[in-house]
Design a binder for this molecule. Structure first.
Ligand SMILES: Cc1cc2nc3c(=O)[nH]c(=O)nc-3n(C[C@H](O)[C@H](O)[C@H](O)COP(=O)(O)O)c2cc1C
Length: 164
């Protein structure tokens, strides 16, 4: 199975989860990992919230977002103002080759406010681009260092496709 894990992480939590996901997928085949960087991210919390809430598309580095060669596409973001981070919005726009794909959507979050809204938005977007099967999981920020917990959550999410 060929998988790709694409994620954005401002302070490292989502990255930590993405790493565990990639590690587990590596047991099922080849995995590529892309960490998106946002080149125009403001540093202020309020500016970040405003952009995310308005669904701004962040400026990202060159990335190959033709996903046609993968069996499984994984996309992860921190929840920002009930929404994906701006780099992920850009990725949603630019991704191609999603017809008939399986996708794992994952988030990390603080209070949990807007987590479902955020992940629903990503799912709707990828559905419109032709992805057909979704699995989702979310990790609260206090749990990101608990590898055992993350492994269990990832395994639950991947159980939907036991044969890879
Ligand atoms: C700008 C900003 C907005 C946030 N908005 C939310 C939110 O709406 N709901 C929530 O549960 N957590 C929110 N959080 C908390 C983050 O989702 C959480 O800390 C996440 O794990 C950060 O991931 P990262 O370390 O990969 O950047 C916000 C954090 C930031 C910096």
């Amino acid at each position: 199975m060929q998988s790709i894990v694409i994620y954005y992480s401002y302070s490292g939590n989502t990255k930590q989860v993405a790493r565990v996901l990639a590690e587990l997928l590596a047991q099922k085949g080849e995995v590529e990992e892309i960490e998106l960087k946002c080149l125009d991210e403001p540093r202020s919390f309020f500016a970040q919230c405003k952009r995310a809430f308005r669904r701004v598309r962040g400026k990202i580095q060159e990335a190959t977002l033709d996903l046609s060669g993968y069996d499984l596409v994984c996309l992860g973001t921190p929840v920002w103002a009930l929404s994906p981070a701006p780099a992920i919005n850009t990725c949603l726009d630019q991704a191609v080759g999603l017809g008939g794909k399986r996708a794992v959507l994952f988030t990390t979050y603080g209070s949990g406010t807007g987590n479902q809204r955020c992940i629903n938005y990503m799912q709707e977007f990828l559905s419109k681009k032709g992805a057909t099967a979704f699995s989702r999981f979310s990790i609260q920020q206090a749990k990101v260092k608990d590898k055992e917990f993350i492994v269990a959550e990832v395994n639950k999410a991947l159980r939907l496709w036991p044969n890879g």
